[in-house]
Design a protein around this ligand. Structure first.
Ligand code: ADP
Length: 507
């Protein structure tokens, strides 16, 4: 990245103007305050991706004011909701010296609709906050949640984050958005494009093209509100597991799971793992020679339905040689108490926690960093085994233990793997990030793309989406130039650069 990319004088004047508009307590400039926003998983103490200041608007009008000022001074902004995007850059901007727009003060749950099953949330609403509010409303509705409860509903969903309940495909739970556009204008999508529309968060489409997708993994706007689909609390919930030794058994297990998911016997999003948070005892297992795998999934519904589904699952999966299978049955009303501290059972019941973070600290202590490598493939047993072997062999080449956490959808799979390192060790940390490039090349050559990436790797990943000489990126950048002519928002995110900074691609 060019050192003089950002006009620091213009940034300083813009921050002054923002302070005038929002008040002094909405602006952080001191190094100590800003250190909090460094990527904790990059070389400890590095100033490589520092922000110039952080601004914290408390309302939509204040977000609009920030965007208008950024246009006036032509300075770059980088938006986060809570900035917990760990493993992908945290709150760090792609362009150093940007102004961080931190939305954590906009933390209201604006509505819980108990008849239709949705909530309306602002960007600062964390999973912990939303679930507390749902409990206060009687606990009749569950939210899907990711593994850690401290992040935000909006930040995670916009990144195509995932959970482990029946509604665990988070981007698909977003129904109706409110967005501050790069020119400062406020827009609502879907039915919300009509003033006072009664189905804004109930019906996902609108009249005309669906533009919601433009705000996922992108830099076309600042999302200030979304409708969020909830799941009705089931009468019973069975937390189920399958354990086996040896990579080969992945093939029949995956093929059986696909059938069970496509016929909706299993209708949550199962998780297949080895290594941290995935071994049978729920303890980290980074033995590079270990061949132990653990699959978990859930069944929900009325008592009789869950019982019947379990019998089918037991018959189908139990017939596979070499697998052990089991389940625990809960009432839908079992919350804190019966499920306390049991990460696997909690996440499938929409109870947020922080247990996984403790496990992730095991390899190198409290500062342990990790970088995720996450290719997507079709849910075909033989192909999943091929992908896992390919990724595992690269870990072996690098001399790193292979820890995997694969997320199953009914017909696809995210073959996520995790490289651990100690950010205090600068040389090793840089080597881990360098390992990523040959992995990306090899996996893309086989026809697999990544679902998400760290800010440092966004150009490289975007370059692998190369059909017809990168027609997709050309189209998206044409839109970017039209809606953000000054290139103020999230430059370089997902490899999408505004015209004036396009020469930065790949730097
Ligand atoms: P988390 O919920 O995990 O804390 P972050 O706040 O770190 O998530 O957001 C993850 C990424 O999603 C950010 O880097 C940013 O690119 C994007 N993002 C987050 N919130 C918004 C928002 N309100 N509008 C637009 N993009 C956002």
């Amino acid at each position: 990245m060019d050192a003089q990319l950002v006009d620091q004088e213009a940034v300083a004047r813009a921050v002054d103007a923002i302070e005038k508009a929002l008040g002094t307590d909405a602006v952080l400039r001191s190094r100590a305050d800003l250190d909090e926003f460094r990527d904790p998983f990059w070389v400890l103490g590095s100033d490589d991706n520092d922000v110039a200041a952080a601004v914290m608007p408390a309302s939509v009008e204040e977000v609009q004011a920030v965007v208008r000022i950024a246009n006036e001074f032509k300075v770059p902004l980088w938006t986060v909701s809570t900035g917990r995007n760990y493993g992908y850059g945290g709150a760090s901007p792609r362009v150093p010296g940007s102004i961080l727009v931190n939305l954590s003060r906009m933390n209201r749950v604006l509505e819980v609709n108990s008849e239709l099953g949705y909530a309306v949330v602002e960007p600062g609403v964390r999973w912990f906050d939303l679930v507390d509010v749902l409990e206060d409303h009687g606990g009749e509705w569950w939210s899907s949640i990711p593994d850690l409860g401290w992040g935000s509903v909006i930040g995670n969903s916009l990144e195509y984050g995932r959970g482990h309940t029946r509604i665990g495909s988070h981007a698909e739970n977003v129904v109706g958005m409110e967005v501050v556009l790069p020119n400062g204008e406020l827009m609502r999508t879907g039915m919300g494009a009509m003033e006072g529309n009664r189905a804004f968060h109930a019906y996902p489409f609108g009249f005309g093209p669906m533009v919601d997708g433009l705000f996922f993994q992108s830099n076309m706007g600042i999302v200030t509100q979304i409708g969020w689909r909830l799941m009705k609390r089931p009468e019973k919930y069975a937390s189920c597991w399958v354990h086996f030794d040896g990579d080969e058994i992945i093939v029949p297990v995956i093929d059986a799971m696909r059938e069970l998911m496509l016929d909706e016997t299993i209708n949550n999003y199962p998780f297949l793992g080895r290594g941290v948070a995935a071994n049978a005892e729920g303890r980290p297992d980074l033995d590079p020679n270990s061949q132990k795998w653990a699959l978990r999934f859930a069944l929900y519904g009325y008592d009789e339905i869950v019982e019947a589904k379990w019998r089918i699952v037991e018959r189908v999966l139990g017939a596979i040689a070499g697998v052990e299978i089991g389940h625990k049955m809960y009432d839908g009303t079992d919350r804190v108490g019966p499920l306390d501290g049991i990460h696997d059972d909690k996440v499938q019941a929409g109870i947020p926690g922080m247990e996984l973070l403790d496990l992730y600290k095991v390899p190198f202590g409290p500062d342990t960093g990790h970088l995720d490598f996450s290719p997507v493939g079709p849910l075909i047993g033989a192909e999943v085994l091929k992908m896992i072997r390919m990724v595992r062999s690269m870990y072996e080449e690098f001399g790193e233990p292979y820890a995997a956490g694969c997320m199953l959808l009914p017909n696809s799979i995210l073959v996520v793997s995790v490289m651990f390192f100690d950010p205090k060790d600068a040389e090793k940390t840089k080597r881990i990030y360098d390992n990523y490039d040959p992995m990306l090349k090899r996996i893309a050559a086989e026809g697999y793309g990544l679902y998400r990436s760290h800010i440092f790797k966004m150009d490289a990943v975007a370059a692998t989406f190369d059909f017809n000489n990168h027609a997709y990126l050309r189209f998206v950048e044409t839109i970017k130039d039209a809606v953000d002519p000054n290139g103020i928002l999230q430059a370089g995110k997902q490899g999408i650069w505004p015209q004036k900074l396009r020469a930065q691609r790949g730097r």
